[in-house]
Design a binder for this molecule. Structure first.
Ligand code: PRP
Ligand code: URA
Length: 213
């Protein structure tokens, strides 16, 4: 399945997102404020990413009467790209507390800018699951491309990618390499700088989230 640009990319606009992105971008924001702002945005993105989940219906008894109830009919697997993707994971688990969580460890080599894989642990049986790969920053798209390729090789067929800030370069790469994967993002920034940081961006998301600056 190949999606058109407008079908593939959803940029979620919301006053809370506009306020919280500003908190994330601000160099003077503390680690504690940074974590909370990321979580609030992640909750709104999670709401959008999960909008089209299929439902099962069944009969349920209220204290008054029997009526039709619903449950989510598809298993969910959340796959944070370490480290910074961990900052988005809890928000998704608030909506789907029984979701499985797989982890992909990768970091960008500072010289080559290529992603280096150092860890993977995915649950079995992800063929039928909705697999949500999460990472706050989509810069060159190298990490997201690698992560999506890896989970597809493991059998995933229903994928979404959730990011806070995307660069046009990263979106283009996902459109070329993974046109079947819907992308839910809170911002599309101007460009990458010569070190492949997103401009204006927020700096290094993992370092700011974990306080390792
Ligand atoms: C950041 C970010 C993405 C990657 C994006 O991770 O969280 O994983 O860079 O860049 P790309 O689109 O050009 O691949 P980083 O390498 O800083 O690792 P960290 O999360 O462990 O700090
Ligand atoms: N990774 C980050 O954390 N920030 C960027 O701007 C680019 C890659």
């Amino acid at each position: 399945m190949s999606l058109s640009h407008s079908e593939q990319i959803t940029r979620v606009e919301h006053p809370v997102i506009a306020r919280d992105l500003t908190i994330l971008r601000d160099i003077n924001t503390s680690t504690a404020q940074f974590r909370l702002a990321m979580k609030r945005i992640a909750i709104i993105l999670a709401y959008h990413a999960l909008k089209e989940l299929p439902l099962n219906s069944f009969q349920v008894s209220t204290p008054i009467k029997e009526t039709t109830g619903y449950d989510i009919a598809q298993p969910i697997t959340v796959v944070p790209i370490l480290r910074a993707g961990l900052g988005l994971t809890d928000a998704l688990l608030q909506f789907i507390p029984n979701a499985n969580v797989g982890h992909l460890g990768m970091y960008r080599d500072e010289k080559t800018l290529q992603p280096i894989d150092y860890y993977s642990n995915l649950p079995e049986d992800i063929e039928d699951a909705m697999v949500l790969v999460v990472d706050p920053m989509l810069a060159t798209g190298g990490s997201a491309d690698d992560a999506l390729t890896f989970v597809k090789q493991k059998g995933a067929q229903h994928l979404r990618f959730i990011s806070l800030i995307s660069a046009p370069e990263g979106l283009k790469r996902l459109q070329e390499k993974h046109p079947d994967v819907r992308v839910i993002t809170a911002a599309v920034d101007e460009k990458l700088n010569k070190d492949a940081y997103i401009v204006p961006g927020l700096g290094d998301a993992g370092d700011r989230y974990f306080g390792t600056i």
